[in-house]
Design a protein around this ligand. Structure first.
Ligand SMILES: [Zn+2]
Length: 70
C-alpha cells in the first residue's frame, strides 16, 4: 500500500482535506484550488497578452477591439 499524495503539492490525502479526484488524470488533489492549478497547467492555459507578435503566433488578430481568427 502506498500513501496517496496531492498531484499538485505532494501533501498526503486525508479525510481532513477537501479531496478532489480527476478521472481524466487519475490524480488526487488535497484542495479544489490545487486541482484547478494542475488543470490550468496541463492545458497550458494563461491570460492572453494582446501583444501583436504573440497574437500572430497563435493565429489571431485584434482589430478595433475585437479578436479575429485569421
Ligand atoms: Zn495539494
Amino acid at each position: 500500500m502506498e500513501k496517496i499524495k496531492c498531484g499538485m503539492c505532494g501533501k498526503h490525502i486525508t479525510d481532513k482535506t477537501e479531496v478532489e479526484y480527476s478521472e481524466w488524470y487519475t490524480e488526487f488533489f488535497c484542495d479544489p484550488k490545487h486541482a484547478l492549478t494542475y488543470y490550468m497547467d496541463q492545458a497550458q492555459s494563461r491570460p492572453l497578452e494582446f501583444d501583436k507578435d504573440y497574437l500572430k503566433a497563435i493565429g489571431v488578430k485584434m482589430e478595433d477591439g475585437l479578436l479575429y481568427t485569421k
